[in-house]
Design a protein around this ligand. Structure first.
Ligand code: SAH
Length: 350
């Protein structure tokens, strides 16, 4: 198998070219073909010499993702299920809002973090995605967008834990945020969501400029460890210290994601500690009503409970939003489309 040219960093491609006596500016030409024009072959790269095209052809492959299934929800959310070369499946979700079009992408096939409520956790970790597989989700999803629209924001919140696949994720971020010959997203429009791997959070803050979202989901170590085993390794005190570091270094608002799960973390007694954390760390809170996962015992609270929780947070002067039913009818939460497809296949009579 030839290496995938999209997995090369700009520097690596530069070295490869200079070893063949080619100028450095070829790097941008090649990358524009790959990331901006979606070239599927080196033969298309007509501003390169025939000799260079042949050498590229001999040395590298160009990857493409295959769309296995696509579902459009009543509210416009589009869920894409991709098949990888080795048969694993990953998901991306396009989420239209009034002034934005956000694409949520995956960073791993499966996930090894074992969050108790999550459909992807049921799979376990299959493997890390390559940088190319992460970027290809954006290239492929762009083609599913009507001509007059563009993807405006990227969130690394699909399947997997981006910081458990640190090197490839950061490589992919470098392509996303490269304005010259990458995808040209401003770092402010790229958000990485993590369970809270503290050392990698600090590294990420040092090495990139992207926004940070933390899957908080609880305000005590007791409840958080029950929901998220990672909390035993990096308890809230260490996690909040990493959030402080983000504050000092970046000075931007951090996002806390907080799934509302009935009877677990949705009591109004949770509002004051959550508000305190959010105010201290300059965080906004995204409340996400839990999406029911078959086979797991957790339930979504009623709309009244959700709205009351939001109102109480806002009363405490916290910037908060409540996700209202985006893509619920197509199972647009982490890992759920894949799970559904597997079940449908298992139940099919043919
Ligand atoms: N591993 C990263 C990113 C992937 S999960 C992280 O945990 O942040 C993206 C978000 O979806 C996380 O906040 C996760 O806790 C949440 N999530 C997972 N399963 C869910 C479900 N069934 N309903 C609602 N949110 C869910």
């Amino acid at each position: 198998m030839k290496p995938n040219v999209k997995d090369l960093s700009r520097e690596e491609l530069e070295i490869w070219l200079s070893e063949r006596g080619e100028s450095r500016y070829r790097v941008d030409q090649i990358r524009r073909w790959l990331f901006q024009k979606g070239a599927a072959s080196f033969a298309e790269m007509t501003n390169l010499s025939a000799k260079l095209r042949r050498e590229l052809e001999g040395g590298f492959a160009i990857s493409r993702l295959r769309v296995a299934r696509s579902d459009r929800s009543a509210d416009g959310t589009v869920k894409l299920l991709f098949s990888l070369d080795d048969g694993y499946e990953i998901e991306s979700v396009l989420i239209p809002e009034t002034k934005r079009l956000t694409l949520c992408i995956s960073t791993q096939a499966g996930c090894g973090l074992g969050c108790a409520f999550c459909a992807t956790a049921l799979l376990g970790l299959k493997r890390n995605l390559t940088a190319a597989e992460i970027v290809d989700q954006i290239l492929k999803a762009s083609r599913a967008v009507p001509a007059e629209q563009r993807i405006t924001h990227i969130v690394l919140m699909g399947m997997g834990e981006p910081l458990a696949n640190y090197a490839q994720t950061v490589r992919a971020i470098a392509v996303m945020t490269d304005g010259d010959s990458g995808l040209g997203f401003s770092s402010r429009r790229v958000t990485l969501s993590t369970v809270g791997l503290v050392p990698q959070i600090k590294k990420l803050i040092d090495e990139t400029q992207v926004n940070l979202a933390i899957s908080l989901h609880a305000t005590t170590d007791e409840v958080r460890s029950r929901l998220m085993p990672v909390n035993r390794k990096y308890p809230l005190e260490e996690l909040t210290a990493a959030c402080e570091f983000y504050q000092q270094k970046r000075g931007r608002m951090i996002t806390f994601e907080y799934i509302l799960i009935a009877g677990v973390n949705d009591g109004l007694d949770q509002v004051a500690p959550l508000a305190k954390l959010a105010r201290t760390l300059n965080a906004k809170v995204n409340l996400i009503p839990y999406n029911k996962v078959e086979d797991l015992p957790w339930e979504r609270p009623s709309e009244e409970v959700q709205e009351a929780f939001l109102a109480a947070l806002e009363k405490q002067k916290v910037t908060a939003t409540l996700r209202r039913e985006k893509g619920h009818d197509i199972d647009a939460a982490c890992g759920q489309l894949r799970l559904k497809t597997e079940r449908e296949l298992a139940n099919a009579n043919c």
